[in-house]
Design a protein around this ligand. Sequence first.
Ligand code: G6P
Ligand code: MG
Length: 221
Amino acid sequence: MLKAVLFDLDGVITDTAKFHFLAWRDLGAELGITVDEAFNEELKGVSRIDSLERILAHGGVADKYSSAEKEAFCTKKNDHYLELIQEMTPADILPGILPLLKELREAGLKTIVTSASKNAPGILALLQVKDYFDGIVDPASVAAGKPAPDIFLAGAELAGAKPAECIGVEDAASGVDAIKAANITAVAIGDATVLGHADRVLADTSALSLAVLRDTWEQAI
Ligand code: G6P
Ligand code: MG
């Protein structure tokens, strides 16, 4: 039986992906590195420090900066990101998500946030959806980030469910990799050419419903 839904946050519950992009793009520009939308795709689902490492490698300066300098770059990026998201309200919840969360509550399924973002609790508070979730996995508590399965395995455990009793929802290729590596059924939101390794790809969140999740899970299991 399907018991739990494990939700990525950025790009699934709300469109913070565009703000992460803007903040990295501006930091990249300061460092003389071009972060365009195509390259940004590789940063989705990737932790803050790993995103910075990828950007520096992309700019051919992987070994140029000390740990302290990298830490400062991450803080700068996050400060900018927090400025960009502070105006967010419940109106910024992506289409279909709130009805889905209500449906899941009524059906008694567990709901867990499995995001790499350390800002997830703050964003859920801005969106006023915290009460719809049974738990948030702390990304700092897992050994390896996406595409490793750790955060989704931790999410299943938090839900009190086996991986085979869960379904994960993701917008990032690395996130779909992580779900599949955890032996969990994956629903992806976005471009099928990037996310084709998911069990089902939906163009956007408005197509999400408990019926679609159940159908995907039953066909995959
Ligand atoms: C999500 C986003 C990534 C972001 C990561 C860490 O996975 O898709 O773009 O880098 O979270 O977010 P944070 O808010 O902790 O910097
Ligand atoms: Mg995401």
